[in-house]
Ligand binder design. Structure first.
Ligand code: SAH
Length: 688
């Protein structure tokens, strides 16, 4: 069955009706899911297996039958481990239908169909009794329901229910226990993802500053978890203010309570500084004694030999509602509050805390709009003084005292820069959403510019001469940045908007950026390749059915598409030089015809070609460019440094070239890239 879904095209801005196959969401879920990554997580898998074997033996030693309940069985992996370890019977519960179907096939293929019953239900719907899904309650509870925040996927209510209705009292649980750790740090880099710092502008008539409205400054931000590959954050970006502390543990073998609560710990700062961030991660003990431990601790906490790359479990960054100065040796009190699904932190002076018993604050709520409209990387980008400096230089080059300047970009501070740099009149488009109005207006007001910069609430194609007070635009600017952009080229919406306002531009209009170029490079990923790589067998179990399923879902739509990844979190090395493949001239309107290119890209280093990375560079003025991708190749090994605020496009090759010596390599990879102005899409094809 097909259904029609309406959506705005991120590049062209046009409203489109797209025919979606009813299975589209399923395929998206599987293609983008982390099942492959979990199956590649050797550390996790071996420890689960050890923990399951130990639990089965403990039950057997007591002379009982081992009846396993595996909630969220996915591929059936943990149930197969239990069956192989000698469990008498396993109930494998999986709510997601395509996965439950896959589990049935995988269980059969591995010959466990007599020992494992797959139940396609949410665990809270499972019934127990002679006619029920389960004949009797289980005495071993196995699950892997954890996300980076531990509880974000609903582990607590699932456990609470399972203990009440599905397992025996005194059951064994694998994992047996989870523990959440926290560490207080100061980090300007991470703090810049949640607060807007004053922007300094060198203008001809002295230094100017853009400040935030007080409601933005005071706002605690949004409650959504910030999960990152913390191991990619250099230690120079983090000042550790406390030792690692244990915030709380959950014993999964006992009844679990999911109701909101809080946990409080006293800390003695090991350094004076500004407490801004709580870094947090967890570990799980697979057995009661804690000898089988799987930890997400970052590099400065654990030895490198224990290191396992994984993307399904990372580390969490929690922003304190406001930065608090702390003094070395002067006790502070850190509170972790949680509801059923999420966590947040607050910090108090130890003395303050004595007076206040009821210390649990509500989950942070953004009331200033900024945290709802700008995501965390966008905050980081707006706070990037180097980047601002490039725009200031470029604006200073193109603006004249009689310039009439129009800005097209979401939630941009460029109009303020243009005003400070002397434009006669500055207008600002709010083309995509009226939600921006109150936020942008509050910024202008905080800087006493509400009468100086005119906000136009209209789509570009609806711009009229009266909006412009009958003036023509002599300088059109954009970062460009639009919140609807997922892939780098979606920001070409700027070009479409520029085309739509053409009749309002002077004949000698300056467009900033004057052009954009699409760049490409072939890379070898250190780890990211795992999310696309078939697994074959996992701990001795044949999981090829899962590999085929992922492949099928990728082919469903994704195979000829690139996907966005923030590559600062995913190290790679360049195997080719970066190459400019297409240019988009914003001084002209969007052409009617396709822009295509074909060529070859030479491989200069040995390694495995996993895919191509693509990004945009914006040419603000003749000699000033900003890159949303590669910043530099930092050494002769080819290690890359990426723009930390942007996602780059990754096109995974369907087969990889692997070679140890250059002579074995095909010297080049052939590519064909096509930009279709009607759809705004970029299609690409590679031949290895
Ligand atoms: N156990 C597998 C897969 C873990 S992923 C492994 O370790 O490799 C977690 C799976 O649990 C997902 O497939 C999700 O759909 C499922 N799930 C989460 N909560 C569930 C619940 N309460 N009942 C049934 N399935 C659940």
């Amino acid at each position: 069955m097909k259904t029609f879904c309406g959506r705005a095209n991120p590049t062209t801005g046009a409203m489109e009706w797209i025919e979606e196959d009813e299975n589209y969401d399923y395929h998206q879920e599987i293609a983008r899911s982390r099942y492959a990554d979990m199956l590649h997580d050797k550390d996790r898998n071996t420890k689960y297996y050890q923990g399951i074997r130990a639990a089965v033996s403990r039950v057997k030693e007591r002379g009982e039958k081992a009846i396993v309940l595996d909630i969220g069985t996915g591929t059936g992996l943990l149930s197969m481990m239990a069956a192989a370890a000698g469990a008498d019977f396993c109930y494998a519960v999986e709510v997601f239908k395509p996965m439950a179907n896959a589990a049935v096939k995988i269980v059969e293929k591995n010959g466990f169909q007599d020992k494992i019953k797959v139940i396609n239900k949410h665990s809270t719907e499972v019934t127990v009794g002679p006619d029920g899904d389960m004949q009797c309650r289980a005495n071993i509870l196995v699950t892997e329901l954890f996300d980076t925040e531990l509880i974000g996927e609903g582990a607590l209510p699932t456990y609470e229910h399972a203990h009440k209705y599905l397992v025996q009292e005194g059951c064994e649980a694998v994992p047996h226990r989870a523990t959440v750790y926290a560490q207080l740090v100061e980090s300007k880099r991470m703090w810049s993802w949640n607060k807007l710092f004053p922007v300094h502008v060198e203008a001809e008539d002295g230094e100017k500053m853009i400040v935030s409205p007080s409601e933005v400054e005071k706002c605690p931000g949004v409650p959504s978890v910030c999960d990152i590959q913390l191991n990619q954050m250099p230690s120079s970006d983090i000042t550790v203010l406390s030792d690692v502390v244990t915030m709380f543990s959950v014993d999964f073998s006992k009844p679990v309570k999911s109701a909101s609560t809080h946990y409080r710990v006293q800390l003695e700062p090991i350094k004076s500084g500004k407490a801004q961030i709580v870094l947090s991660w967890w570990d799980i003990d697979m057995d009661p004694s804690g000898t089988i431990n799987c930890t997400m601790a970052p590099y400065w906490v654990k030895s490198t030999s224990a290191f396992q790359w994984r993307d399904h479990w990372m580390q969490c960054v929690y922003f304190l509602p406001n930065e608090e100065p702390v003094l070395q040796g002067e006790l502070v009190c850190l509170t972790a509050c949680r509801d059923e699904y999420s966590l947040w932190y607050k910090l108090q002076k130890a003395r303050e805390e004595e007076n206040k018993i009821d210390a649990c604050v509500e989950s942070p709520v953004c009331r200033c709009q900024a945290h709802l409209l700008w995501n965390r990387p966008r905050f980081g980008e707006l706070n990037d003084q180097n980047r601002t400096h490039q725009y200031v230089r470029a604006l200073a080059e193109v603006l004249k005292t009689d310039s009439v300047c129009l800005c097209i970009s979401d939630g941009s501070l460029l109009p303020v820069l243009a005003h400070y740099l002397g434009a006669k009149q500055v207008l600002y488009f709010l083309s995509l959403s009226s939600l921006w109005f109150s936020l942008i207006f509050s910024f202008f007001k905080a800087n006493h510019l509400e009468d100086k910069i005119k906000i136009i609430e209209a789509r570009p194609e609806l711009l009229t001469a009266s909006h412009l007070e009958d003036e023509k635009i002599s300088v059109l600017v954009g970062e460009p940045f639009f919140t609807t952009s997922l892939l780098p080229w979606h920001n070409l919406y700027f070009w479409y908007a520029r085309t739509a306002v053409t009749s309002h531009l002077t004949s000698s209009v300056t467009v900033l950026p004057q052009s954009a170029s699409l760049h490409m490079m072939v890379v070898e990923f250190q780890d990211l390749w795992r999310i696309r790589s078939p697994c074959g067998t996992c701990e001795g179990f044949d999981v090829r059915t899962m590999d085929d399923m992922i492949k099928n879902s990728l082919n469903f739509r994704e195979s000829k598409e690139a996907e966005p990844h923030p590559l600062w979190e995913y190290p790679c090395k360049s195997l080719s030089d970066p190459q400019e493949v297409l240019t988009f001239d914003f001084r002209k309107t969007v052409p009617q015809h396709c822009l295509s290119t074909e060529g070859s890209i030479s491989l200069l280093r040995k390694g495995t070609s996993h895919g191509a990375v693509l990004w945009m560079e914006y040419h603000l003025a003749a000699d000033i460019s900003v890159s949303t991708g590669l910043m530099q190749i930092s050494n002769e090994k080819g290690n890359c440094e990426w723009n930390p605020h942007c996602k780059q496009a990754v096109y995974f090759f369907s087969s990889v070239i692997e070679s140890q010596s250059l002579s074995d390599l095909p010297s080049a990879i052939i590519y064909a890239i096509n930009f279709d102005p009607k759809t705004g899409e970029i299609a690409m094809d590679f031949k290895l």
